[in-house]
Design a protein around this ligand. Structure first.
Ligand code: SAH
Length: 257
């Protein structure tokens, strides 16, 4: 059960995150690079974006392909924001955003040519997510996703503790590759997200948002403490980013079922 302090933490976290252009590291260039690895997609692919957040990459995918894109996230305010943008850009013919749980997406099997997910699959465990994605993809369909991985041994205590809390099962690139193969996908390629994409649309606006909320909550000690706690993540990254990275993986569902 969520106690009041936890509830406060989540509410303030949402206030920080919802206002950002993205809820994780990534960029249009990285999406384009991962997309180029998905050779032989139909000219108008059916795409599913899992854990879309406010939909930065969903909108990029709409620019980079002429496909039909469905985006889901289990946090309703993210979906409201994305729907506002879809309407504003007049893209509702090709883009659909809805609240949904990626552990149990309500789509028939083999409905998609490409399942996309940036910085979200780990929430339900990569193995479990791959099982879900496999079911949703046509044989020969692609999955493209990012996941946090270790890249240097012996991280400082602060880094270890942070990931122990946020992503205790985080592995190395080879662990993710092994999971991909275990779930009957063929690895097509992978690359590390460059460090600037952590800052541009993610940590730089996050630090600005935290400063803004600091003013708004001045005098509210509990809220200020929570904001300081959230501010630790970009600070840690500034200092220790050589210990971990985000890796983009692209894989293809093997034909056999
Ligand atoms: N893809 C976006 C958001 C990444 S943050 C980006 O890169 O900017 C991870 C997102 O996953 C959050 O928006 C969170 O609400 C969503 N999420 C977490 N668990 C989920 C679940 N079980 N089903 C659907 N979405 C989930």
């Amino acid at each position: 059960m969520m106690n009041e302090q936890n509830l406060r933490f989540w509410n303030i976290s949402f206030e920080v995150y919802e206002a950002l252009p993205r809820q994780g590291p990534g960029s249009r260039d990285c999406a384009a690079r991962a997309l180029r690895l998905c050779r032989g997609l139909p000219s108008s692919p059916a795409i599913l974006d899992l854990g879309c957040g406010v939909g930065a990459q969903t909108l990029h995918l709409a620019e980079l392909t002429s496909g039909h894109i469905t985006a889901i996230d289990n946090h309703a305010p993210n979906i409201h924001r994305l729907n506002e943008k879809i309407i504003e850009k007049g893209m509702s013919q090709r883009l659909r955003a809805q609240v949904g749980d990626m552990a149990d997406p309500k789509f028939p099997p083999e409905s998609f040519d490409l399942v996309w997910s940036e910085g979200a699959l780990y929430n339900i465990g990569i193995g479990n997510a791959l099982r879900v994605c496999r079911r949703l993809l046509h044989p020969g369909g692609y999955i493209a996703f990012t996941d946090a991985v270790w890249r240097k041994e012996n991280p400082p205590l602060k880094v270890r503790e942070s990931f122990l809390q946020d992503y205790p099962t985080m592995g190395w690139i080879n662990d993710v590759v092994a999971k991909i193969q275990e779930h009957e996908f063929e690895l097509v390629g992978h690359f590390t997200l460059p460090d600037d994409v952590w800052w541009e649309d993610f940590y730089t606006p996050m630090e600005a948002r935290i400063t803004e909320l600091h003013d708004q909550y001045s005098g509210d000690e509990e809220a200020l403490k929570i904001l300081d706690q959230i501010a630790e993540e970009p600070k840690m990254h500034r200092r220790y980013s050589d210990y971990y990275a985000y890796e983009f993986f692209t894989a293809r569902r093997l034909e056999i079922s």
